[in-house]
Ligand binder design. Structure first.
Ligand code: PPE
Length: 303
Protein backbone atom coordinates (compact mmCIF):
# COMPACT_ATOMS: atom_id res chain seq x y z
CA UNK A 1 0.00 0.00 0.00
CA UNK A 2 1.34 3.38 -0.96
CA UNK A 3 1.50 5.81 1.93
CA UNK A 4 0.08 9.29 1.38
CA UNK A 5 0.48 12.44 3.46
CA UNK A 6 -2.76 13.03 5.26
CA UNK A 7 -5.77 11.26 6.66
CA UNK A 8 -9.01 12.88 7.76
CA UNK A 9 -9.72 11.77 11.32
CA UNK A 10 -12.66 12.89 13.46
CA UNK A 11 -13.12 16.18 11.68
CA UNK A 12 -9.62 17.26 10.68
CA UNK A 13 -6.71 16.29 8.50
CA UNK A 14 -3.78 14.75 10.38
CA UNK A 15 -0.45 13.34 9.23
CA UNK A 16 -0.64 9.71 7.98
CA UNK A 17 1.48 8.46 10.89
CA UNK A 18 -0.67 10.25 13.45
CA UNK A 19 -3.89 8.54 12.36
CA UNK A 20 -3.64 5.89 15.09
CA UNK A 21 -6.16 4.19 17.35
CA UNK A 22 -5.87 2.47 20.74
CA UNK A 23 -5.63 -1.35 20.86
CA UNK A 24 -8.78 -1.36 22.97
CA UNK A 25 -10.78 0.24 20.17
CA UNK A 26 -14.17 -1.46 20.43
CA UNK A 27 -14.56 -2.14 16.68
CA UNK A 28 -11.18 -3.84 16.54
CA UNK A 29 -12.45 -6.43 19.01
CA UNK A 30 -15.98 -7.03 17.75
CA UNK A 31 -16.02 -5.85 14.12
CA UNK A 32 -18.87 -3.37 14.37
CA UNK A 33 -17.74 -0.71 11.94
CA UNK A 34 -18.97 0.45 8.55
CA UNK A 35 -16.89 1.50 5.62
CA UNK A 36 -16.88 2.45 1.96
CA UNK A 37 -14.60 1.98 -1.00
CA UNK A 38 -14.72 4.79 -3.53
CA UNK A 39 -12.59 5.53 -6.56
CA UNK A 40 -11.32 8.81 -7.89
CA UNK A 41 -10.19 8.87 -11.53
CA UNK A 42 -8.11 11.24 -13.57
CA UNK A 43 -10.34 12.48 -16.36
CA UNK A 44 -9.39 13.08 -19.99
CA UNK A 45 -9.27 16.86 -19.36
CA UNK A 46 -6.69 16.48 -16.56
CA UNK A 47 -9.14 17.05 -13.72
CA UNK A 48 -9.88 14.37 -11.14
CA UNK A 49 -13.36 13.19 -10.27
CA UNK A 50 -14.80 10.92 -7.60
CA UNK A 51 -17.23 8.37 -8.99
CA UNK A 52 -20.71 8.43 -7.41
CA UNK A 53 -19.49 10.03 -4.21
CA UNK A 54 -22.94 10.91 -2.91
CA UNK A 55 -24.23 7.36 -3.42
CA UNK A 56 -21.26 5.93 -1.51
CA UNK A 57 -21.73 8.35 1.38
CA UNK A 58 -25.46 7.59 1.40
CA UNK A 59 -24.68 3.88 1.57
CA UNK A 60 -22.27 4.51 4.46
CA UNK A 61 -24.99 6.30 6.39
CA UNK A 62 -27.41 3.51 5.47
CA UNK A 63 -24.96 0.90 6.77
CA UNK A 64 -24.58 2.87 10.02
CA UNK A 65 -28.37 3.11 10.35
CA UNK A 66 -28.80 -0.63 9.80
CA UNK A 67 -26.22 -1.37 12.50
CA UNK A 68 -27.57 1.33 14.80
CA UNK A 69 -24.24 3.13 14.80
CA UNK A 70 -24.66 6.86 15.48
CA UNK A 71 -22.84 9.05 12.95
CA UNK A 72 -21.22 12.08 14.58
CA UNK A 73 -20.97 14.17 11.38
CA UNK A 74 -23.57 15.28 8.87
CA UNK A 75 -23.40 13.62 5.43
CA UNK A 76 -22.37 16.84 3.74
CA UNK A 77 -19.31 17.05 5.94
CA UNK A 78 -18.28 13.53 5.03
CA UNK A 79 -18.67 14.27 1.32
CA UNK A 80 -16.45 17.29 1.82
CA UNK A 81 -13.99 15.17 3.85
CA UNK A 82 -13.55 12.77 0.91
CA UNK A 83 -12.87 15.64 -1.48
CA UNK A 84 -10.51 17.32 1.01
CA UNK A 85 -8.53 14.13 1.58
CA UNK A 86 -7.92 13.69 -2.15
CA UNK A 87 -6.95 17.35 -2.51
CA UNK A 88 -4.68 17.38 0.55
CA UNK A 89 -2.72 14.43 -0.81
CA UNK A 90 -2.62 15.87 -4.34
CA UNK A 91 -3.80 12.54 -5.72
CA UNK A 92 -4.90 12.33 -9.35
CA UNK A 93 -6.25 8.81 -9.09
CA UNK A 94 -6.90 6.95 -5.87
CA UNK A 95 -9.07 4.70 -3.78
CA UNK A 96 -10.87 6.43 -0.91
CA UNK A 97 -11.71 4.56 2.28
CA UNK A 98 -14.11 6.22 4.74
CA UNK A 99 -14.69 4.19 7.91
CA UNK A 100 -16.88 4.79 10.96
CA UNK A 101 -16.07 2.75 14.05
CA UNK A 102 -16.66 2.56 17.79
CA UNK A 103 -13.73 4.06 19.67
CA UNK A 104 -12.10 3.04 22.95
CA UNK A 105 -12.88 3.74 26.60
CA UNK A 106 -15.45 1.01 27.18
CA UNK A 107 -15.32 -2.70 26.52
CA UNK A 108 -17.94 -5.43 26.32
CA UNK A 109 -20.73 -6.13 23.88
CA UNK A 110 -23.19 -3.79 25.53
CA UNK A 111 -20.75 -0.86 25.52
CA UNK A 112 -21.34 2.00 23.10
CA UNK A 113 -18.22 4.14 22.96
CA UNK A 114 -18.44 7.20 20.71
CA UNK A 115 -18.25 6.67 16.95
CA UNK A 116 -15.08 7.84 15.28
CA UNK A 117 -14.72 8.52 11.58
CA UNK A 118 -11.72 8.43 9.29
CA UNK A 119 -11.16 8.96 5.57
CA UNK A 120 -7.95 7.75 3.96
CA UNK A 121 -6.94 7.78 0.30
CA UNK A 122 -4.13 6.06 -1.55
CA UNK A 123 -3.28 4.97 -5.08
CA UNK A 124 -4.70 1.50 -5.87
CA UNK A 125 -4.34 -0.05 -9.32
CA UNK A 126 -6.43 -2.82 -10.87
CA UNK A 127 -7.74 -4.89 -7.94
CA UNK A 128 -7.67 -8.22 -9.76
CA UNK A 129 -4.62 -7.25 -11.83
CA UNK A 130 -4.23 -5.52 -15.20
CA UNK A 131 -4.09 -8.94 -16.85
CA UNK A 132 -7.36 -9.88 -15.15
CA UNK A 133 -9.05 -6.72 -16.36
CA UNK A 134 -7.87 -7.40 -19.90
CA UNK A 135 -8.13 -11.18 -20.26
CA UNK A 136 -10.41 -12.28 -17.44
CA UNK A 137 -9.82 -14.11 -14.18
CA UNK A 138 -10.08 -17.67 -12.88
CA UNK A 139 -12.72 -18.03 -10.19
CA UNK A 140 -13.49 -20.87 -7.80
CA UNK A 141 -16.66 -21.50 -5.81
CA UNK A 142 -15.77 -21.31 -2.12
CA UNK A 143 -16.77 -23.90 0.45
CA UNK A 144 -17.81 -20.96 2.66
CA UNK A 145 -21.38 -19.74 2.23
CA UNK A 146 -22.46 -16.14 2.06
CA UNK A 147 -24.30 -15.34 5.27
CA UNK A 148 -28.06 -15.43 5.64
CA UNK A 149 -29.62 -11.92 5.87
CA UNK A 150 -30.70 -12.73 9.42
CA UNK A 151 -27.17 -13.73 10.44
CA UNK A 152 -25.57 -10.51 9.32
CA UNK A 153 -27.31 -7.72 7.50
CA UNK A 154 -26.53 -7.71 3.80
CA UNK A 155 -27.50 -4.05 3.27
CA UNK A 156 -24.68 -2.94 5.55
CA UNK A 157 -21.12 -2.74 4.34
CA UNK A 158 -19.75 -3.70 7.74
CA UNK A 159 -16.19 -4.57 8.68
CA UNK A 160 -17.13 -7.81 10.49
CA UNK A 161 -18.88 -9.14 7.38
CA UNK A 162 -15.53 -9.33 5.69
CA UNK A 163 -14.37 -12.24 7.82
CA UNK A 164 -16.67 -14.34 5.62
CA UNK A 165 -15.14 -12.75 2.48
CA UNK A 166 -11.58 -13.24 3.70
CA UNK A 167 -12.14 -16.93 4.52
CA UNK A 168 -13.44 -17.50 0.99
CA UNK A 169 -10.74 -15.41 -0.61
CA UNK A 170 -7.84 -17.11 1.25
CA UNK A 171 -9.25 -20.53 0.51
CA UNK A 172 -9.37 -20.14 -3.26
CA UNK A 173 -6.27 -17.98 -3.65
CA UNK A 174 -4.27 -20.59 -1.79
CA UNK A 175 -5.54 -23.11 -4.34
CA UNK A 176 -4.25 -20.87 -7.16
CA UNK A 177 -7.42 -19.08 -8.27
CA UNK A 178 -7.86 -15.31 -8.58
CA UNK A 179 -11.11 -14.80 -6.72
CA UNK A 180 -13.82 -16.65 -4.78
CA UNK A 181 -17.48 -16.98 -5.69
CA UNK A 182 -19.77 -17.56 -2.71
CA UNK A 183 -23.13 -19.31 -2.80
CA UNK A 184 -26.01 -18.24 -0.57
CA UNK A 185 -27.50 -20.47 2.13
CA UNK A 186 -29.91 -21.96 -0.44
CA UNK A 187 -27.03 -22.86 -2.75
CA UNK A 188 -27.57 -20.15 -5.36
CA UNK A 189 -24.86 -17.79 -6.56
CA UNK A 190 -24.61 -14.72 -4.35
CA UNK A 191 -21.48 -12.64 -4.86
CA UNK A 192 -17.70 -12.74 -4.72
CA UNK A 193 -15.58 -11.79 -1.72
CA UNK A 194 -15.76 -8.14 -2.78
CA UNK A 195 -17.74 -7.99 -6.05
CA UNK A 196 -21.21 -8.50 -7.47
CA UNK A 197 -21.61 -10.98 -10.31
CA UNK A 198 -23.32 -10.87 -13.71
CA UNK A 199 -23.78 -13.48 -16.44
CA UNK A 200 -24.88 -13.05 -20.05
CA UNK A 201 -26.54 -15.92 -21.92
CA UNK A 202 -28.18 -15.68 -25.34
CA UNK A 203 -28.21 -11.89 -25.22
CA UNK A 204 -29.90 -11.75 -21.80
CA UNK A 205 -28.05 -10.70 -18.66
CA UNK A 206 -28.69 -11.83 -15.11
CA UNK A 207 -27.43 -10.66 -11.76
CA UNK A 208 -28.15 -11.83 -8.24
CA UNK A 209 -31.16 -10.06 -6.66
CA UNK A 210 -30.40 -7.71 -3.77
CA UNK A 211 -31.60 -9.67 -0.71
CA UNK A 212 -28.46 -11.80 -0.28
CA UNK A 213 -25.83 -9.39 -1.61
CA UNK A 214 -24.42 -5.94 -1.08
CA UNK A 215 -26.20 -3.41 -3.29
CA UNK A 216 -23.16 -2.53 -5.36
CA UNK A 217 -22.95 0.95 -6.80
CA UNK A 218 -21.03 -0.44 -9.78
CA UNK A 219 -23.75 -3.11 -10.11
CA UNK A 220 -26.31 -0.31 -10.29
CA UNK A 221 -24.24 1.56 -12.90
CA UNK A 222 -23.94 -1.61 -15.02
CA UNK A 223 -27.70 -2.23 -14.78
CA UNK A 224 -28.26 1.26 -16.18
CA UNK A 225 -25.70 0.70 -18.94
CA UNK A 226 -27.26 -2.63 -19.93
CA UNK A 227 -30.63 -0.90 -20.22
CA UNK A 228 -29.02 1.74 -22.41
CA UNK A 229 -27.53 -0.98 -24.63
CA UNK A 230 -30.95 -2.59 -24.96
CA UNK A 231 -29.76 -5.77 -23.24
CA UNK A 232 -32.40 -7.08 -20.87
CA UNK A 233 -31.11 -7.87 -17.38
CA UNK A 234 -33.01 -9.98 -14.91
CA UNK A 235 -32.33 -9.69 -11.21
CA UNK A 236 -33.02 -13.28 -10.28
CA UNK A 237 -31.32 -16.23 -8.61
CA UNK A 238 -29.14 -18.54 -10.67
CA UNK A 239 -26.99 -21.58 -9.97
CA UNK A 240 -23.28 -22.19 -10.34
CA UNK A 241 -23.85 -24.42 -13.37
CA UNK A 242 -25.74 -21.60 -15.05
CA UNK A 243 -22.48 -19.67 -14.80
CA UNK A 244 -20.59 -22.63 -16.35
CA UNK A 245 -23.04 -22.54 -19.28
CA UNK A 246 -23.14 -18.74 -19.69
CA UNK A 247 -21.67 -17.03 -22.76
CA UNK A 248 -20.08 -14.38 -20.55
CA UNK A 249 -19.61 -13.63 -16.88
CA UNK A 250 -18.07 -10.70 -15.06
CA UNK A 251 -17.66 -9.11 -11.65
CA UNK A 252 -18.46 -5.52 -10.74
CA UNK A 253 -17.12 -3.50 -7.83
CA UNK A 254 -15.43 -0.24 -7.03
CA UNK A 255 -12.08 -1.92 -6.57
CA UNK A 256 -12.60 -4.59 -9.29
CA UNK A 257 -14.39 -2.20 -11.71
CA UNK A 258 -15.72 -4.49 -14.50
CA UNK A 259 -13.57 -7.64 -14.47
CA UNK A 260 -14.29 -10.48 -16.91
CA UNK A 261 -14.49 -14.03 -15.53
CA UNK A 262 -12.71 -16.47 -17.80
CA UNK A 263 -13.29 -19.67 -15.80
CA UNK A 264 -15.39 -20.88 -12.90
CA UNK A 265 -14.38 -24.12 -11.14
CA UNK A 266 -12.05 -24.95 -14.06
CA UNK A 267 -14.87 -24.69 -16.61
CA UNK A 268 -14.24 -22.24 -19.41
CA UNK A 269 -16.96 -19.60 -19.73
CA UNK A 270 -17.90 -19.05 -23.38
CA UNK A 271 -14.69 -19.30 -25.35
CA UNK A 272 -12.61 -18.40 -22.31
CA UNK A 273 -12.13 -14.79 -23.40
CA UNK A 274 -13.96 -11.64 -22.32
CA UNK A 275 -17.18 -11.52 -24.37
CA UNK A 276 -18.53 -8.62 -26.44
CA UNK A 277 -21.02 -7.41 -23.82
CA UNK A 278 -18.37 -7.42 -21.09
CA UNK A 279 -15.98 -5.52 -23.36
CA UNK A 280 -18.64 -2.97 -24.31
CA UNK A 281 -19.53 -2.42 -20.65
CA UNK A 282 -15.87 -1.93 -19.77
CA UNK A 283 -15.55 0.69 -22.53
CA UNK A 284 -18.65 2.54 -21.39
CA UNK A 285 -17.67 2.33 -17.73
CA UNK A 286 -14.16 3.67 -18.24
CA UNK A 287 -15.45 6.42 -20.55
CA UNK A 288 -17.85 7.54 -17.82
CA UNK A 289 -15.37 7.51 -14.93
CA UNK A 290 -12.87 9.43 -17.05
CA UNK A 291 -15.45 12.12 -17.82
CA UNK A 292 -15.92 11.26 -21.50
CA UNK A 293 -19.67 10.72 -21.32
CA UNK A 294 -21.60 13.97 -20.96
CA UNK A 295 -24.81 12.16 -20.11
CA UNK A 296 -23.28 10.73 -16.93
CA UNK A 297 -21.61 13.87 -15.59
CA UNK A 298 -23.91 13.79 -12.57
CA UNK A 299 -22.05 10.66 -11.43
CA UNK A 300 -18.82 12.62 -11.06
CA UNK A 301 -17.75 14.90 -8.22
CA UNK A 302 -14.82 16.90 -9.51
CA UNK A 303 -12.08 17.37 -6.94
N1 PPE B 1 -20.10 -7.09 -2.78
C1 PPE B 1 -19.18 -7.01 -1.79
C2 PPE B 1 -19.17 -8.06 -0.75
C3 PPE B 1 -18.27 -5.96 -1.79
O1 PPE B 1 -17.37 -5.87 -0.81
C4 PPE B 1 -18.31 -4.99 -2.81
C5 PPE B 1 -17.32 -3.86 -2.83
C6 PPE B 1 -19.30 -5.11 -3.82
C7 PPE B 1 -20.17 -6.17 -3.76
C8 PPE B 1 -19.44 -4.11 -4.92
O2 PPE B 1 -19.93 -2.88 -4.45
P1 PPE B 1 -19.56 -1.48 -5.16
O3 PPE B 1 -18.15 -1.21 -4.84
O4 PPE B 1 -20.49 -0.51 -4.55
O5 PPE B 1 -19.79 -1.66 -6.61
N2 PPE B 1 -16.04 -4.17 -2.30
C9 PPE B 1 -15.14 -3.11 -1.90
C10 PPE B 1 -14.03 -3.63 -1.01
C11 PPE B 1 -12.80 -4.15 -1.64
C12 PPE B 1 -11.67 -4.38 -0.64
O6 PPE B 1 -10.87 -5.29 -0.87
O7 PPE B 1 -11.56 -3.66 0.34
C13 PPE B 1 -14.69 -2.29 -3.07
O8 PPE B 1 -14.77 -2.72 -4.22
O9 PPE B 1 -14.26 -1.17 -2.84
Amino acid sequence: MQKTERIWLDGRLVAWDEAQVHVLTHSLHYGLAVFEGIRCYECHDGRSAIFRLREHVDRLYGSAHVLDLPMPFPREQLIEACLETVRANRLRECYIRPIAFLGDGEMGLAARPATRVAVAAWPWGAYLGDEGLRHGIRVKTSSFQRFHPNTLLTKAKASGHYVNSILASYEVRRAGYDEALLLDVDGYVSEASGENVFIVTGGVAKTTPLPTVLGGITRDAVLQLLAELGIPCREERFTRDEVYLADEAFFTGTAAEVTPIRELDDRCIGDGKPGPTTRRLQELFFAIVRGRDDRRRSWLAYV
